[in-house]
Design a protein around this ligand. Structure first.
Ligand SMILES: [Zn+2]
Length: 390
């Protein structure tokens, strides 16, 4: 099972950003690295024959201690995944020697990812403090990924491309800076997603579209309590208070993506496709360039949780709060929805409110029944009660 680790990500990112280093390694240090990795390869082959996976020894460690501290991820990659790096480097060198023309714009990271069939990505803490946390799109091209962990990354939003991961079963977004609108509606395209971890973010409720994902069996949202608490002021209210007409100033301030003409046929077709709620990442449905275009313009819309209409962020809409009790083993969880019209907002709020009232009645009945049982038990056991306490 192939796991893509954070140190490999940092190494590829470094190669990508620092083409001089990449060229330098290939030109000079490369020779040494190859010798060094060749030694590793011998040990790996030998250990495989002997059934021993360990490739470490004091001599090996002392060799990569020479690597400078800011390239620690190179040292860790050499220690943990030498065979993978070696195979990739060999393939890169072979392609260069054969003058294979590389796809324009294809990054080192993309080539590394496509070289392997990664099924898990453990990418916790991949951004330094103060660094803009933007997830490269290449990560979402690995269609067989089942587990994606992005904990402790200061992420303020998740790219719509997450919807490409059709095999995704577990997504960990713990300890980031996600707000309700940071999580794209395209997550609903991940129809195998069972576990979602949203602990310690800035959510004041869970995104309403999660309620339309019946395959989810675990949703953790601890550590957002302070924000959830404020939402509970709407618990005892009704549709008149829970539907808020909003003009989203925060999103309005977001710089619009340049280069798209709102009146172009392409833009209108893309808007219609987004509103149709079809998984436009489905392989074979659209050419790659169009899928990329869709993903690029997607953050410019709010998606109605009722009719799925894609409406420009700068337009006004309705924020709707509902409460689900119980939700996946949790008592009373608030949800925040976005609706394109008052009608859509009411179509979300009214049935949810009725369900909330029925759930509250059921809980009251269960509580009464429980109290009755305790009282009956007390009366049938004479040794218990005040007399026995004296
Ligand atoms: Zn609507």
């Amino acid at each position: 099972m192939e796991i893509f680790h954070c140190y490999e990500f940092l190494l590829m990112k470094k190669f990508q950003e620092d083409s001089l280093l990449w060229d330098e390694l290939k030109a000079e240090t490369w020779v040494n690295l190859k010798t060094f990795l060749g030694a590793f390869q011998d040990r790996i082959l030998k250990s495989k024959v002997e059934g021993n996976d360990s490739v470490e020894s004091d001599t090996d460690v002392s060799r990569y201690k020479k690597i400078s501290a800011d390239l620690w991820f190179l040292a860790v990659t050499l220690e943990k995944s030498p065979h993978r790096l070696l195979a990739f480097l060999n393939s890169e060198l072979r392609q260069e020697s054969e003058n294979v023309v590389q796809i324009p714009g294809q990054t080192v990271l993309a080539r590394y990812l496509s070289h392997y069939n990664f099924v898990e990505m453990h990418l916790d803490s991949i951004f330094k403090y103060g660094e803009t946390a933007t997830l490269p799109k290449e990560l979402f091209r690995c269609r067989n990924v089942r587990v994606l962990s992005l904990k402790y990354n200061n992420l303020e939003w998740i790219p719509p491309d997450v919807g490409r991961l059709s095999c995704l079963e577990r997504l960990s977004l713990t300890n980031n800076r996600l707000q309700n609108k940071s999580i794209p509606h395209t997550l609903t395209f991940c129809r195998r997603l069972k576990e979602l971890y949203l602990d310690n973010n800035l959510l004041d409720a869970l995104p309403g579209f999660l309620l339309g994902m019946p395959q989810l069996n675990t949703v953790h949202r601890h550590g957002n309590h302070n924000y959830f608490k404020a939402t509970f002021m709407w618990y005892h209210t009704d549709v008149n208070d829970r539907v808020l007409h909003v003009f989203d100033e925060v999103q309005k301030r977001r710089k619009p993506t340049n280069g798209y003409n709102a009146e172009s046929l392409l833009f209108l077709a893309a808007t219609a496709l987004i509103s149709s709620n079809i998984n436009f990442f489905e392989p074979g449905l659209l050419p790659n360039t169009l899928q990329e275009y869709m993903a690029d313009i997607y953050p410019r819309f709010s998606i109605c949780d009722h009719c799925h209409a894609a409406v420009a962020y700068s337009s006004s809409g309705y924020r709707v709060f509902t409460f689900k009790n119980p939700y996946l083993g949790n008592t009373c969880v608030p949800f925040q929805h976005w609706a394109c019209s008052r009608d859509c907002a009411e179509a979300i709020e009214i049935p949810a409110h009725q369900e909330q009232m029925r759930a509250a009645e059921r809980m009251d009945e269960e509580y009464d029944h429980y109290i009755q049982e305790i009282q009956n038990e007390d009366m049938s056991v004479p040794s218990r009660g005040i007399c026995s306490l004296l």
